[in-house]
Design a protein around this ligand. Structure first.
Ligand SMILES: *Cc1c(COP(=O)(O)O)cnc(C)c1O
Length: 364
């Protein structure tokens, strides 16, 4: 049986009629940039999150950059970020001249180790960007307490965690603001690039909206120099359809993870854990093994796709060489980067597919 890592075509086929209709509508209306569908999506996603403001933009990386600017993070400021994430989390800092200060991840949940954050705070620290990595929420109680004590801004990176909960609160509504990506493979994905910012702070929301549309507040009223980072009508219309399925798809991902948890019994494979305060949305199902290279090869021979998220922890990437990050400062990230492996996980996985993958893993 051939098992893809994700199957976006199967998902499209399951909602084809609605998607095709949505696309046709946008074409008929020629509402390509901005317009009704974008406004609807901002409203719908704000309702979904239970937050005051959602501002759509072109992609998740832009949303991080725009939020940094809106929160007035600037040249020379230090921002605390986890040692394992997609590069956008630290890369965005370059746009305002801020510097990433990496913190090692938790042993059990792969997210930033909140116990280590305070030791990295200096007089230059302005913000923390917690990442709810793989769909597992960070310990937001600890992070918000530290932020309050040191007067820091918290921008949640929710690119992998749509609909995840920490302590019964939806992630993206706990920090001062939050960033979402709707890259096609994300739990809520468009059919191209798309992103959004969310916040209960209406002044931050107003500035984000201005920045993302050339600094305009109303047509030709340029209050500042901004940029072009808008969501297009086609993506918004697609997201409006898919948002209606997000809860159902999230439940399916959680069921698949449960199924994997029950089925996989191989002492060479460590399964992901869930914090008691967290509702994990399994953007990725990440296992650990000391024999990763041979496992990847073995899965490939059995026609099962797998992937590594991510093969090099952020502090050790060539682009951060000048920061002189030492391996001894990030023992967990350093170890886990060589052990983590993401196995197939998508809401449309069939029982047969889940059981085949588990069975093959057990025979490794
Ligand atoms: C995908 C992702 C982003 C960036 O999103 P894009 O829409 O691809 O720019 C940011 N942070 C994390 C953790 C991501 O996984």
């Amino acid at each position: 049986m051939k098992i893809p890592f994700v199957d976006l075509y199967a998902q499209y086929m399951s909602i084809k009629k609605e998607i095709d209709h949505a696309i046709e509508t946008v074409l008929k209306e020629t509402s390509f940039i901005g317009g009704k569908h974008v406004i609807d999506f901002e409203k719908n996603f704000a309702e979904f999150l239970n937050i005051k403001n959602v501002i759509a933009c072109a992609n998740g990386t832009d949303s991080l950059e725009i939020l940094l600017k809106a929160h007035q993070i600037s040249e020379g400021d230090e921002v605390i970020v986890p040692a394992i994430s997609w590069i956008s989390t630290s890369e965005c800092l370059k746009s305002v001249g801020a510097v990433p200060v990496f913190v090692d991840i938790e042993e059990n949940y792969f997210t930033i180790n909140s116990e280590l954050i305070e030791s990295k705070i200096t007089s230059k620290t302005k913000a923390i960007i917690p990442v709810h990595l793989y769909g597992h929420p960070c310990n937001m109680d600890n992070i918000m307490e530290i932020a309050k004590k040191h007067n820091l801004i918290v921008i949640e990176d929710c690119a992998q965690s749509h609909a995840a909960l920490w302590n019964n609160k939806t992630v993206g509504t706990i920090g001062h603001s939050s960033s979402f990506s709707f890259y096609p493979g994300k739990n809520l994905g468009a059919y191209g690039d798309a992103g959004a910012m969310a916040t209960n702070n209406s002044e931050i929301a107003r500035i984000c909206k201005m920045i993302s549309n050339h600094g305009q507040e109303g047509k030709h009223n340029h209050q500042m120099e901004g940029r072009n980072s808008r969501l297009d009508g086609l993506q918004a219309a697609i997201l409006n359809v898919k948002l209606n399925y997000l809860n159902e798809w999230t439940k399916k991902r959680q069921e698949i993870a449960n199924h994997y948890n029950k089925m996989i019994r191989n002492p060479k494979i460590l399964k992901p854990q869930i914090h008691s305060m967290a509702s994990h949305v399994f953007h990725l199902y990440v296992i650990r093994t000391k024999e990763r290279n041979s496992l990847i090869e073995y899965l490939k021979n059995n026609q099962i796709d797998s992937a590594i998220h991510y093969p090099t922890a952020l502090p050790f990437l060539p682009c951060y060489k000048s920061l002189n990050n030492s391996i001894t400062d990030f023992p967990i990230a350093n170890q886990y980067q060589n052990e983590i492996l993401s196995i197939p996980m998508f809401a449309d996985m069939t029982i047969e597919q889940i059981e085949y993958v588990s069975d093959i893993l057990n025979k490794f």
